[in-house]
Design a protein around this ligand. Sequence first.
Ligand code: SRM
Ligand code: SF4
Length: 581
Amino acid sequence: MSANEKIKDASNYLRGTLLEGLADTSTGALSDDDTQLTKFHGIYQQDDRDIRPERRKKKLEPAYSFMIRVRVPGGVSSPEQWLEMDRLAHTYANGTLKLTTRQAYQFHGVIKTNLKTTVAEINEALFDTLAACGDVNRNVMCNPNPDESEVHGEIQDLAKAISNHLSPRTGAYHEIWIDDGSGEKQKVTYDPPILDHFDTEEEPIYGKHYLPRKFKTVIAVPPSNDVDIFAHCLGYIAIVENKKIVGYNVTVGGGMGMTHGSEDTFPRLAEVMGFCKPEQAVAVAEAVVIAQKLHGNRKERKNARLKYTVERMGIDGFRDEVERLLGYKLQKAKPFKFEHNGDRFGWTEDHKGKFHYTMFISNGRVLDTEDYPMMTGLREIAKIHKGDFRLTANQNLQIGNVSKSAKPKIEKLLKEYKIFGSNGASAMRLNSMACVALPTCGLALAESERYLPDLITELDDVLDDAGLSQDAITIRMTGCPNGCARPYIAEIAFVGRGPATYNLYLGAGFCGDRLNKLYKESVKAGDIKGILGPIIRDYALSREDGERFGDFVVRKGYVNKTEHGHDFHNDLKTSEALEAV
Ligand code: SRM
Ligand code: SF4
């Protein structure tokens, strides 16, 4: 078993020595083993990397604090919940809210002595942080427009049902964070497992070792692939006939993370495994989770994700196992077509006459700056808004369910606080995402959130000159190869290698349906414009009608097409074509 498996084994269902560690005021940190367990409770220990060297010099312990991730199935919050998240960000965290690439909220900079109160207050706001991270099923994503059609409301319900069903049942979360002071053990009640594969009393689905690795579930409604379905362990593609969901194509085996220089690790797109009826969807999720629990690699964490299990067993072998656990066969998958990923900005009106306003939030960071008091503006909107706030899968925000009569008041506040759906940004910026990286992420090798906006400003000049500023091209950046902004399905991607140094990938599909390929290794930040500029200009001049940037760079031979995850590292580029360019 890997070290993490041993920690889980000894943890008494995720309790570890967390209560003791929280009470210890001699350090701002928790024990190493407990920092692995806090992830299951939605909490990561971090330190401020900007001041790490200075503190080391002064022989001080790192400036420890914690990141807390709030689980928001399908991304929907009420205005009251928004106000609470805003208040907690200012009271206990660093005064900003981070909207993640998986429709969740994150707080950064919460110190140990404030952890318990913050988590308890999150729960009082009717959210939780349980299973926001850790080796379990995490926040379930779906399109954030549940009122766009009846169908969208149904997938929102399915996201909640899967999220509830696959929540860990351990009482540890309540005992540690939501102690009511009575000294009584908190009772946790959840619906029982559906399938006949009961594990232990405390964790009937997961058992005491939980899953070998994190597990991610999403639901998509074609033609929008806003959730990037192929990047996730388990996915449901809604099949709609006569405005009704007749069932779902089930996808398995997607994932982004890899390690530089290790060809045994690679991003992989999920494959369609079959079709299930709406009433079977939750049982299918349980069966896929159990199949991964039984067959995932528990020795080597780097190869423990479901994508490697599916790669090893083959899609047919994996389907056979899921069907064995279900006790019935899945049907043959039905045709579907995605046309784009990313979000659509500005106002839309739904079938019920309600309005929804999607706004671009640069890398999901909600904060006030002198020029752009966005956080204050959203707070003022939340005070009068009767609808909801919906987090998208692309770090953006939708002010949802605005009535016709309330719309002018919201519009007035949007104007007053200079909030415009797309803020006049280029289409490339609107289709951009960067992960958090420095200074909080302990795994970052390079800047990401703090650098991508400036890089796009540089590239905007090239796009303007080439007449492409309104052409959508997906661009994503991550500070390391773990892939938190899903870079390997972006038409242009930068993946951190070292300080101000990135690998440049090109050629993914615009709908998130093809992986990209390494174009140039270890590019210095200052050289990026010079490298990308000529390719962008070539695209403007010689693209075919309607041809997307990702398809163009493949057709022109800048990179070869990646047909499958296991080809990702092969055949880095077509050198003759490069010479020709
Ligand atoms: Fe992630 C680890 C941030 C979405 C793949 N991710 C981390 C940690 C917790 C670093 C750590 O382990 O110490 C980062 C915390 C940074 C910080 O300071 O906040 C982190 N991941 C994020 C977020 C906040 C990025 C963002 O800017 O929005 C996203 C939170 C999502 C959420 O609400 O749950 C986030 N992470 C993703 C995604 C995208 C997705 O799921 O759609 C991926 C790629 C998809 C996938 O899972 O394959 C992703 N994160 C990883 C990995 C690599 C996993 C792997 O299979 O190798 C790690 C490292 C690990 O697990 O060991 C990681
Ligand atoms: Fe951190 Fe790497 Fe994820 Fe970026 S991609 S948040 S650097 S783990």
